[in-house]
Design a protein around this ligand. Structure first.
Ligand SMILES: Cc1ncc(COP(=O)(O)O)c(C=O)c1O
Length: 394
């Protein structure tokens, strides 16, 4: 059978590939500590689980409209007002099958073949693959510790070209856990807006962030507070701990709503009805209190992980301020990050993700560690990692 050039060109998502290898080792009886996937270990808030049981029992679970359950779209809009002080019209909220489907819809709605799109290197790998799948020229902008591995307005101007039509940002970021400082985010969006370009801002980790990325604390701010023409991506996967429920959303500029609706109708009809009804409970006082406790737990896990990495003599060039990832420099071990991850998995039973997943520019020296696992697992993983590094250096 002939496989399309597009399918042949798509690179594997290495975090998932390492998860597969970890599962294969576990099937052989090895115990693997998984620090490769960004998947909170808590699961959905209890009120959501209770609702799911009731909904499964009492509801026929028919399709919903492609834009999502009206009550859920209202609840999400209301959450922007309560959590971020931003008024969002529920008509602009589109409920999707995870942030992944929101990114798919955004790309399909905005990209024409040949359009150039700016993306930070390193950044979330699926964006590049989606963009390339729709014929975009992905311009990877090399970043370093000076801009906390994020785009800033200087880099955006420097790399802007004749054919640049848009940019994609995730703040806080995967794989580095760092945010674009608020004034920079404003400046980037303002500049892109002046060029008539679109901006997709992925805020999937926003509600786990320490503040507005400028180091001054305060509540994390949605880009919508500054730029209501940005297309914002979000999800129930991370803050609400609902990865496998496959539920997310995007807030799209009004002129895009109908196009996005047609795309969603054709691509997947609607997001899971069971998940949508259950997710209404995410916004109850009880669930938000649970999620806030979990947020505090992630802060404790971050301290534990940073201390463990220091003890192992591994360098962390930028400290994360939001997403539960640390971008660790392993160059001092003498191993390329891919080899480091392969050997850490095989020899120490620790699953990590090589930097190669996230770009090119310093991929070979960085690995991503996810601290979404429990403290016990992290403690054990760090001990194993420390011993592994000592053996490498001996
Ligand atoms: C930045 C970013 N965007 C989108 C996604 C996809 O998330 P979802 O589970 O909502 O599809 C992830 C998953 O890790 C991510 O890190």
């Amino acid at each position: 059978m002939r496989i399309s050039a597009r399918a042949q060109a798509i690179a594997p998502f290495l975090a998932m590939e390492f998860a597969k290898r970890a599962a294969a080792l576990e099937a052989q009886g090895r115990q693997v500590i998984r620090m490769n996937i960004g998947e909170p270990d808590f699961g959905a808030p209890p009120a959501v689980l209770r609702a799911a049981q009731q909904v499964a029992r009492d509801t026929p679970l028919a399709y919903t409209g492609a834009l999502g359950l009206p009550a859920l779209r209202e609840a999400i809009a209301d959450f922007y007002q309560r959590a971020h002080g931003v008024r969002v019209d529920a008509q602009r909220v589109v409920v999707t099958a995870g942030a992944s489907a929101a990114l798919l819809l955004a790309t399909a709605a905005l990209v024409d073949p040949g359009d150039e799109v700016l993306v930070a290197d390193p950044s979330y790998p699926c964006n590049r693959q989606l963009l390339a799948g729709f014929g975009a020229q992905v311009r990877l902008v090399p970043t370093d510790a000076a801009s906390r591995f994020q785009l800033d307005s200087r880099l955006v101007r420097q790399h802007w070209g004749e054919r640049t039509r848009g940019l994609m940002i995730a703040t806080p970021s995967n794989p580095t856990g760092t945010s674009v400082p608020w004034p920079e985010l404003q400046a980037i969006c303002e500049f892109a807006g002046r060029q008539g370009a679109w901006r997709v801002v992925d805020e999937i980790y926003l509600d786990l962030a320490d503040g507005d990325g400028a180091g001054a604390g305060g509540a994390p701010r949605s880009v919508l507070a500054a730029d209501d023409q940005a297309l914002v991506i979000n999800s129930f996967s991370k803050y609400f701990g609902m990865t496998g429920w496959r539920l997310g959303w995007c807030v799209v500029p009004q002129p895009l709503v109908q196009a996005v609706e047609r795309l969603a109708q054709n691509y997947y009809i609607c997001a899971s009805t069971l998940a949508q009804h259950s997710a209404l409970q995410c916004f109850s006082e009880e669930s938000i209190a649970v999620c806030e406790q979990r947020r505090a737990e992630f802060v404790a896990r971050r301290s534990l992980v940073l201390q463990g990495l220091r003890q192992a003599g591994l360098d962390v060039p930028v400290l994360p301020d939001g997403a539960f990832y640390v971008y660790v420099d392993v160059a001092s071990t003498g191993l390329d990050s891919m080899r480091f991850c392969e050997r850490a998995l095989e020899e120490a039973g620790v699953a990590l993700t090589p930097g190669h997943d996230f770009g090119d520019c310093s991929a070979q020296r960085h690995v991503r560690l996810s601290y979404a696992a429990s403290r016990e697992q992290l403690q054990q993983g760090l001990e194993r990692l420390g011993e592994f590094v000592r053996r490498l250096r001996a």
